[in-house]
Design a protein around this ligand. Structure first.
Ligand code: GLC
Length: 563
């Protein structure tokens, strides 16, 4: 049984600062913009905000390439703006998590510049720098996550190469070097001292490499192997993670949420058990489902039945041994409404059903900006419309694999990370009320009808439905059950129906019909409806007839009686 923690009964919200709210009209969202919207977030029932990177950066990977860990990018504001944001959030009972991106830094970071000046000096040892083999053979055949080899000539030193698991502007830091780890702990301590509650921890499974560098079986006909494949053989990552937890996370009582892609349920407790490396990690079981080593063009869009099976399996494994963070969207994913809902279900009813389905799982729910109003994928006409480096790479991979340009565009548009990175839609006024200037990336044209302002005014809006969900989580009558109660799936074989009990001092039954056809559920226990995404619920004697995309939360009144 995992310990109870202060953050368990909270609701979290992810902000992608570049696209949240622009307070000064330069077309880029900023920290003051976040402060301006704290009351909106408070009203939504948010207690914890994770802010994607806002440190100085050339923005090659939109801030996940940091050139100074101890400052704020001037485009986003100043350190004083951050202090003000932390203080204003605290006044409202909201905690701030920053993004800890320390698998790599930017090639414009001082460490890397010094490494280029003197590869054999102190800073050369902060990175993985290898001599180039005169035959041209690379130290290993790994493919970076954003395409091409992980090896790149070291600027100014044609005889040397450096390693980058992500983009070439993101050189990997060498965690084997204790000095690098000390630098990381200094960064963490410095930010904790400024009053944040902790971190979301980026790409953390990459910090330990499979050494010595060696070739792996190629996964595509470029002769390279997927970087992620190499992680499978790394066994002792726990040494680094233990050290980081003991040195800085525990002493600061930090809340840490790992971006962990790891499907070995056996060692889940090492990660998020009572003495785990992190407080929590995202359940990405449904995110990896359907992925292909060949690239996005070969990826399979998963069905809602598969989504259901993934979350049930993950919830079963974790049970009460730890606390997952549950998501259906983030800045690396398409919009959930576009990904999970078929065209006929892509409306507020369907969006509410998805919301209810994942929000009531055991764990810490995260809402990604705009999810609460049901923002959708946008339309891209040509590859020139893409900003994201991984979308541009995947488009090319698809074309190289023989897809027509039109087909490659469809694939890239469906999965593009840009979908989630478009400006937040605050109103139906110019630029969706995001900026008074020219937005850095175009606004989704659907802002005229999908926006906060419209949904504020309408009692039955998705936004208000999310408010009901966060309020229910906080309700003293239900909190114990929703936060710490058991997760017990039922009717598992009923295709497209995600049904589970949350059992604590109350017994709740969550029913989400994740398909367009009606489904019947037999229920002979007395119950009352706590939340329903439709006006009514159809009954046929003891049967509930759920309409397509109907989702309900029932409270079973006689909990001793099995259904
Ligand atoms: C994580 C981030 C992603 C970024 C990558 C490299 O996966 O979520 O946005 O591109 O790490 O830092």
């Amino acid at each position: 049984m995992s310990r109870r923690e202060w953050w368990h009964d909270k609701t979290a919200y992810q902000i992608y600062p570049k696209s949240f709210f622009d307070s000064d009209g330069n077309g880029i969202g900023d920290l003051k913009g976040i402060t301006d919207k704290l009351d909106y977030l408070k009203d939504l029932g948010i207690d914890i905000i994770w802010i994607s990177p806002c440190y100085p950066s050339p923005l090659a990977d939109q801030g996940y390439d940091i050139s100074d860990y101890y400052d704020i990018d001037p485009r986003f504001g100043t350190l004083e703006d951050m202090d003000e944001l932390i203080a204003e959030a605290r006044r409202r009972g909201i905690s701030i998590l920053l993004d800890l991106v320390v698998n790599h830094c930017s090639d414009e970071h001082e460490w890397f510049r010094k490494a280029c000046e003197e590869p054999d000096g102190r800073y050369g040892k902060y990175f993985y720098i290898e001599d180039r083999d005169p035959s041209g053979k690379l130290p290993c055949n790994w493919r970076s996550y954003f395409g091409g080899s992980v090896w790149e000539p070291l600027p100014g030193h044609p005889d040397k190469l450096y390693l980058h698991m992500f983009h070439k502007k993101q050189p990997d830091l060498n965690w084997e070097n204790p000095e690098v780890r000390e630098e990381v702990y200094r960064i963490i301590q410095w930010w904790m001292n400024r009053g944040i509650a902790g971190f979301r921890i980026d790409a953390i499974m990459n910090i330990r490499k499979a050494l010595p560098f060696a070739d792996y079986p190629a996964t595509r006909n470029d002769g390279l192997c997927d970087a992620s494949e190499t992680l499978e053989t790394v066994e002792d990552i726990g040494d680094f993670l233990d050290e980081m937890r003991d040195r800085v996370f525990i002493p600061n009582n930090a809340l840490t949420i790992g971006e962990v892609f790891h499907d070995k349920y056996e060692d889940l407790e090492d990660f998020i058990g009572d003495n785990g490396y992190f407080s929590s990690m995202f359940d990405f079981s449904h995110v990896v489902k359907g992925q292909s080593l060949l690239g996005w063009y070969d990826r399979r869009q998963i069905t809602t039945e598969e989504y259901k099976r993934c979350v049930i399996e993950a919830q079963r494994f974790i049970s009460d041994k730890g606390f997952y963070s549950n998501v259906i969207e983030n800045h690396d994913r398409p919009r959930a409404a576009s990904y999970y809902l078929p065209p006929e279900g892509r409306n507020e009813t369907g969006k509410k059903c998805l919301a209810l389905a994942y929000f009531m799982l055991r764990g810490l729910p995260f809402i990604y900006q705009g999810q609460e109003i049901g923002m959708e994928n946008t339309l891209f006409d040509s590859p020139d419309d893409f900003d994201d480096i991984s979308t541009l790479d995947e488009y090319q991979v698809a074309v190289d694999a023989g897809l027509s340009e039109k087909e490659a565009m469809e694939v890239a548009a469906l999965y593009s990370r840009d979908n989630a990175r478009l400006p937040m839609q605050w109103a139906d006024s110019r630029n969706a009320g995001f900026t008074s200037g020219d937005p850095w990336i175009s606004v989704n044209p659907d802002y005229t009808y999908i926006n906060v302002c419209e949904q504020e005014k309408r009692a039955d809006s998705l936004l208000n439905f999310y408010r009901q969900l966060t309020a229910l989580r906080k309700d003293p009558d239900y909190r114990e059950t929703i936060v710490w109660g058991e997760f017990i799936p039922v009717y598992e074989d009923q295709e497209g129906l995600l049904a589970y009990h949350r059992k604590g001092d109350r017994d709740l039954l969550i029913l989400a019909n994740l398909k367009s056809q009606t489904q019947t559920v037999h229920i002979d226990t007395e119950h009352r409806v706590l939340l329903n995404n439709m006006e009514d619920i159809r009954r046929n004697n003891s049967d509930l007839v759920l309409e397509g995309w109907q989702g309900v939360i029932l409270e079973l009144v006689r909990s001793d009686q099995q259904i």
